[in-house]
Design a protein around this ligand. Structure first.
Ligand SMILES: NC(=O)c1ccc[n+]([C@@H]2O[C@H](COP(=O)([O-])OP(=O)(O)OC[C@H]3O[C@@H](n4cnc5c(N)ncnc54)[C@H](OP(=O)(O)O)[C@@H]3O)[C@@H](O)[C@H]2O)c1
Length: 357
């Protein structure tokens, strides 16, 4: 099929994929089905764990009177169709059974159980096309890898994608000398941070933050109501979490992991199927995670406030000279009221069209 038509279909499939949730353990996937003449026939996207995959949603969206047009059709998907029976049946088999003749995918599935859909399809006479190898628009292929990067990385490494968050004064402090820290950043930055909480599977803090700030760690909408999705609240450290601590209250669940072993913490969260985790501090826990190379993405909110004294966002990382500084890659900057947000990813991980990480 003409590259122009496949590019347009992949572009649309990516728009659809972006409608999917960032939370819930499953990837965001979109699918567009073109008939043999290249005309759009149906589209679908994955709405989250337990709901149909994008391919199944697209197949189900083909009107009964147009089902004959599936013979010889081309399915364009952002992620390789799965070949395993999980909570839903395998998509590779569903596409084959429907009469689809060609499947184009942008990103290979790294999931040990689900991978291999493309080779299964090829074994069953369906033409399978890797978008990059077939010369589709590289910008679209990169977009697909970026969209799925957190998920594919989490699946490949068997630990969640870890976002670290700091909210600091202009001089990099997270609290004043007396330990007070409410509020360094303004309402827009705090609303943004709450929106991010609603897009992660878990929030992790150390016992120090719980005891100093008594945060609720819930995700709230700008009008103060609980967001529909509440992340698991995780407190790490040996000290007790006070009975009256707000983190113990709902909505949603909380968990106390009495350890300093952050690899074990992430392994436990992976075991629970969590792929996107936000580390909200404090400085001790964040520094430990950074030293261990566990933080993938940093969200640094910076307020035009000077404190002059008080703890910094990050403690000693073992860097003694500027040549050894950890230089992160800026992915985005946003102005949030009077404050700024800088989103950066660790230099050791970045998406490529090969999907290598
Ligand atoms: N502005 C911000 O973005 C922000 C965010 C969060 C906190 N804060 C501020 O940070 C201050 C609290 O700082 P903090 O550093 O005490 O908080 P923290 O990092 O939340 O807690 C530190 C505690 O976590 C436990 N822990 C768990 N794993 C650890 C590991 N791998 N290494 C070391 N300790 C580990 C230890 O407690 P155990 O002894 O119980 O094991 C340690 O004392 C407060 O003033 C708070 O307001 C600011």
């Amino acid at each position: 099929m003409e590259r122009r038509l496949l590019d347009a279909a992949l572009d649309r499939a990516l728009d659809l994929a972006e409608r999917g949730p960032l939370t819930g353990g499953n990837p965001r996937v979109g699918c567009v089905i073109l008939d043999a003449a290249g005309r759009p026939l149906a589209e679908g996207w994955h709405r989250g764990a337990g709901t149909p995959h994008a391919e199944a949603a697209a197949l189900a969206a083909v009107p009964a009177e147009h089902r004959h047009r599936l013979a010889g059709a081309v399915a364009v998907v952002t992620l390789e169709p799965c070949r395993h029976t999980g909570r839903t049946p395998p998509c590779a088999a569903a596409l084959h059974a429907a009469g689809v003749a060609e499947v184009v995918h942008a990103v290979a599935d790294p999931h040990p159980a689900a991978a291999g859909g493309a080779s299964w399809l090829a074994d069953h006479g369906v033409t399978t096309v890797d978008a990059a190898r077939a010369g589709l628009d590289p910008a679209l292929v990169t977009r697909a890898h970026e969209l799925l990067h957190g998920w594919t990385t989490a699946v490949r490494r068997r630990r969640p994608w870890l976002l670290g968050k700091t909210a600091t004064s202009l001089d990099g402090r997270v609290a004043a000398a007396d330990g007070t820290s409410r509020w360094i950043t303004g309402p827009d930055a705090r609303a943004h941070a709450h929106a991010v909480r609603a897009q992660v599977d878990a929030i992790v803090v150390g016992t120090g933050t719980v005891r100093a700030d008594d945060p609720a760690l819930t995700a709230r909408t700008p009008d103060g109501r609980p967001a529909p999705h509440q992340p698991l609240r995780v407190v790490v450290g040996h000290r007790e979490v006070p009975d009256a601590a707000r983190v113990r209250r709902g909505p949603g669940e909380w968990l106390h992991l009495r350890t300093h072993d952050l690899v074990a913490v992430l392994a436990e969260l992976d075991r629970r199927g969590l792929r996107r985790v936000l580390l909200e501090g404090g400085p001790t826990l964040l520094s430990a995670a950074l030293r261990a190379g566990l933080v993938d993405e940093l969200h640094a909110y910076v307020a035009p406030v000077l404190l002059g004294a008080g703890p910094g966002a990050v403690g000693d990382l073992g860097i003694t000279t500027i040549a050894d500084a950890a230089r992160w890659r800026t992915r985005r900057t946003d102005r949030l009221g009077a404050d700024l947000l800088l989103v950066a990813t660790t230099p050791s991980l970045h998406p490529t069209t090969q999907g290598a990480a």
